[in-house]
Design a protein around this ligand. Structure first.
Ligand code: C5P
Length: 235
């Protein structure tokens, strides 16, 4: 592909709640296109972990904003397409931030508008040539409103809880489907009803319901969309 100035590099945003296949799809797209990858949820998760580490309570907004502004986080990719290693204060936290507890803690501090503002420029810095895949809740609505292609993934709450349950079991982590469903519903409610950048599809997003689709079908569908939308793609 021809090299283009960073400001003109294409962006594909993939938003939606957890358990819709977003993470898998974004990793696949970044690997296939050899583009940069922003996992914005990881940023909110690292912030929640840092708050816990420094003993900052979730209602101390001023301290959280200060932490967000100075967060010492790094996303390290060994080589294009390989897994991202996440570091907080130079310590690997890749697995630690993946727990349900950390996801929930992230969603408790994510509604603070000033925290979101403090993380904006960090997220936009990922926009570099040859292109960016941005995974999150407000990528198409707020962070990259001029994205080339906006995808919004959705799936029934029941199906998402089942997928998450299966994922945890496969990792050998004990989980209870009912508790998991309740936690997911609670997190969705918080993410969708907050005033600052609520979870919702951008007006120009293409909405795909993955409830009855397997991941391969979703990938075929999205790859076709990408081929038809991103100019100059030799794929
Ligand atoms: O996507 P992930 O499950 O890692 O996100 C964790 C939490 O971080 C979400 O439930 C949400 O509250 C918050 N988040 C957000 N905006 C984003 C990405 C994540 O508010 N762009």
């Amino acid at each position: 592909m021809l090299s283009v100035p960073a400001s003109q590099a294409p962006i594909i945003t993939v938003d939606g709640p957890s358990g819709t296949g977003k993470g898998t799809i974004c990793s696949y797209l970044a690997d296939w296109l050899q583009w940069h990858f922003l996992d914005s949820g990881a940023l909110y998760r690292v912030l929640a972990l840092a708050a816990e580490k420094y003993g900052i309570s979730s209602d101390d907004e001023a301290a959280l904003v200060n932490l967000a502004k100075n967060l010492n986080v790094e996303f390290k990719v060994a080589e294009a397409g390989s897994l991202v290693n996440v570091e907080l204060d130079s310590m690997t936290v890749t697995d630690e931030i993946r727990t349900e507890t950390c996801g929930n803690a992230a969603s408790v501090i994510a509604p603070i508008a000033e925290v979101r503002q403090a993380l904006l420029s960090r997220q936009r810095a990922f926009h570099q040539s040859p292109g960016l895949i941005a995974d999150g809740r407000d990528m198409g609505t707020v962070v990259f409103p001029d994205a080339t292609l906006k995808i919004y993934l959705t799936a029934s709450a029941e199906e998402r809880a089942k997928r998450r349950y299966k994922q945890l079991k496969e990792k050998g982590i004990n989980a209870n489907l009912r508790d998991l469903s309740a936690a997911i519903a609670e997190r969705d409610e918080r993410d969708s009803t907050r005033a600052a950048s609520p979870l919702k599809p951008a007006e120009d997003a293409i909405v795909i319901d993955t409830s009855t689709l397997d991941i391969d079908a979703v990938l075929v569908n999205i790859s076709e969309l990408v081929r038809n939308t991103v100019p100059g793609l030799q794929k």
